[in-house]
Design a protein around this ligand. Structure first.
Ligand code: CP
Length: 300
């Protein structure tokens, strides 16, 4: 079995370095155009997207990735489905399996994925769950890091912002261990994460010494007043003044969606070190690599 093979992609904590390396190689091959597409003719596999929370990047890039491979996409219509009549999530997944879909991308509560994946045979990929993980976001971020830096070993990755509520940070913690990255984080006391991989650093020291600077969205829905957000920008936002202190070789990332004037400003978006839209682009190629693995890569 190839190192990359996996049945489900729910967490990165069980992943091995070889699987990440193989996924990166497959994603870069997609980006170079060196994979003969479409992969599927005749009976095309069907990918179901099942999102209980709103999404632009994850849901649509999985859909674009599936279509580029030659697969069909079926979007589970949450608001008009029988979920609104009280049908359970488990029964909804069982319906998708009975329809014969070939893979499911799910964004929902953190316990559901693990429970359901033990009950159905259809491969499931997390589209980001609660605050416990967003594996394909962390993987596409690594793809972007690898485009910018020849080797990541010992490179400093700063992740700053709403760490406690961030599924992206949770997956980066799992991945940074595998990739030998020096993970540091910064944020207000009330955003601090539980103990785990990485060490806390003063934001201004960290931006001056980091190679990769990942800003996280302040999750406005969890905060009561705009005053707290203005205060946030002064203390932890990247702005024109702080941009002067970054290394010339540093790169700036954000998983999106971003809050302009809070964790990031217009000047940052215009800075040539900002890689936000490259991350979005790489998301399609990384997800093509993931779907190639779970949907199969034999021409049919
Ligand atoms: N980064 C991310 O998960 O964005 P969406 O919520 O738009 O999918």
């Amino acid at each position: 079995m190839a190192a990359m093979s996996f049945q489900n992609l729910i967490h990165l904590k069980d992943f091995e370095r070889g699987q990440v390396d193989d996924l990166m190689e497959a994603a870069f091959a997609m980006k170079r155009g060196s994979v003969d597409l479409p992969l599927f003719f005749g009976k095309k596999p069907i990918l179901a997207t099942f999102f209980l929370e709103n999404s632009t990047r994850t849901k649509l890039s999985f859909a674009v990735a599936a279509k580029r491979l030659g697969a069909e996409v079926l979007d589970f219509p949450v608001s008009t489905s029988s979920l609104s009549k009280g049908e359970s999530l488990e029964a909804s997944f069982l319906c998708l399996e009975a329809f014969g879909v070939d893979g499911i991308v799910f964004r929902g509560s953190e316990s559901v994925l693990t429970e359901i994946s033990a009950k159905i045979k259809t491969p499931i990929v997390s589209g980001g769950e609660g605050n416990s993980g967003h594996p394909t976001q962390a993987l596409l971020d690594y793809m972007s890091f690898l485009e910018d830096f020849e080797s990541l070993k010992g490179r400093r990755l700063l992740i700053a912002g709403d760490l406690k509520h961030s599924r992206v940070f949770a997956s980066h913690r799992e991945l940074a261990k595998l990739m030998d990255v020096d993970l540091v984080y910064s944020g207000p006391d009330h955003f601090l994460p539980a103990e785990g991989f990485g060490s806390r650093m003063d934001f201004d020291e960290a931006i001056a010494s980091s190679d990769m600077i990942m800003l996280l969205r302040v999750q406005k829905e969890r905060h009561e007043s705009d005053g707290a957000l203005m205060d946030y920008n002064q203390k932890f936002g990247l702005n024109s003044e702080r941009l002067q202190r970054l290394k010339a070789s540093a790169k700036i990332y954000h998983p999106g969606p971003y809050n302009l004037g809070v964790e990031i400003t217009e000047e940052v978006l215009k800075d040539q070190r900002c890689r936000i839209w490259d991350q979005v682009e790489n998301g399609v190629y990384l997800r093509m690599a993931v779907l190639k693995n779970i949907l199969g890569d034999k021409k049919q």
